[in-house]
Design a protein around this ligand. Structure first.
Ligand code: SF4
Length: 380
């Protein structure tokens, strides 16, 4: 699935965020034009901007911001929300027919995880992404958006602007469930946990990764000394203020070693967490470069996974398995498996077409083409 395209920008001095209207002029919408016969040219000036596959000379008398000569616009649907950038890049920000929409807040991060799928970049993009997301939140239809993610980088590095966006979400999309991926380290400072609490967004869940019950392993995985202590402090500060928390554990060769101890640690010390997600590895970003350190076939950790999932479940913790197809899970774990992979990066292999479990199975990451388990096999 395509979420980005590019054309040539004209009359575009600042980025524009807007809703798409296809071949039809709508006030304050970005008109996406791939059929000139359908367009009412004398009303075009009412629109916010034009995005088109045609060259600029089809629109010579117009003084509107235009991105023209785009190869293909078929991935855009009516009412999708996009941003037109001054360099001609067009990013899809929100798709009306998807459950996998997210706000991307920054490429910066204070960790540098071995398996980061979106390796951090050290440039200050926080003002740019704040402005985009602030405009986006106001355009998302109220009461139609059931769920929305927040991701990065590390979203809390937006500082004050992070809290402003949470306030805007609460005000504009109060019924939308918001899941924020954060390493939790910023909340080691109690005033930040308190600040989040003061916004009182009841539909906000903070999803925080933890890779071991001891600092040595967690800090190694996230490549940041002191991160474990900060994350644990952050989790406790958030719990003190009754914030909703999920713990995320990516399963790989390093985290598997103490997975049982980590499960006990969470049960004993964090009974307040709302959900624990045990997650298969994505072959994206840094992972292929660290494959020797990280790769273990899911088939080979089934016994440990069974023990951990049943332990947490038996003791009343809410536990799920993400990103692992059913043919790699023992049957007693199927009821914990969730179709978790975002639609734009979710695939099934050719053999899956004949699999009797196809409809129940969440499939694989697109990046699994680079490396995947030897044991993926269709059920007959
Ligand atoms: S063969 Fe494909 S559809 Fe069947 S369980 Fe495995 S990954 Fe899922």
């Amino acid at each position: 699935m395509i979420l980005q395209t590019r054309g040539k920008a004209t009359h575009l001095e600042h980025f524009i965020v807007g809703k798409i209207s296809i071949n039809k002029v709508e006030k304050d919408a970005i008109v996406s034009i791939n059929d000139l016969n359908q367009v009412e040219f004398n009303h075009l000036s009412q629109s916010k901007a034009i995005l088109t596959t045609f060259p600029l000379d089809s629109f010579t008398d117009l003084n509107l911001p235009i991105i023209h000569s785009v190869k293909n616009l078929e991935h855009l649907k009516q009412n999708d929300i996009i941003v037109l950038n001054t360099n001609g890049v067009v990013n899809t920000l929100y798709r009306e027919n998807s459950y996998h929409n997210f706000l991307f807040l920054t490429e910066r991060c204070n960790s540098n995880c071995l398996m980061c799928s979106q390796p951090p970049k050290d440039r200050d993009d926080t003002a740019y992404f704040y402005e985009i997301n602030s405009k986006l939140i106001k355009l998302i239809p109220k009461d139609q958006c059931e769920t929305l993610g927040i991701t990065g980088g590390e979203p809390t590095l937006l500082g004050e602007r992070f809290f402003l966006l949470i306030e805007e979400l609460k005000k504009n999309l109060p019924t939308t469930f918001v899941q924020c991926l954060t390493n939790g380290r910023s909340f080691a400072w109690p005033n930040l946990a308190q600040k989040l609490h003061s916004i009182n967004h009841n539909n906000l869940l903070l999803a925080i990764p933890l890779y071991a019950d001891i600092p040595e392993i967690h800090d190694y995985v996230v490549q940041a000394q002191g991160a474990f202590n900060q994350t644990i402090k952050g989790i406790y500060n958030l719990a003190r203020y009754n914030q909703r928390i999920e713990i995320r554990i990516v399963l790989h060769k390093i985290s598997i070693v103490r997975l049982k101890e980590l499960a006990q640690f969470i049960y004993k010390n964090m009974p307040f967490v709302e959900h624990i997600a045990l997650m298969g590895l994505e072959m994206e970003g840094y992972t292929p470069y660290n494959i020797d350190k990280l790769w273990i076939d899911p088939y080979d950790y089934q016994e440990i996974l069974q023990e951990v999932v049943h332990f947490l479940n038996d003791f009343g913790m809410n536990v799920s398995i993400y990103n692992i197809p059913l043919c790699l899970l023992s049957e007693d774990l199927w009821s914990f498996s969730v179709k978790s992979i975002s639609d734009w990066k979710n695939i099934y292999f050719d053999d899956c077409a004949t699999c009797t479990k196809l409809n129940e199975c969440g499939g694989m990451f697109k990046s699994s083409i680079k490396k995947s388990s030897e044991f993926i096999k269709a059920f007959s």
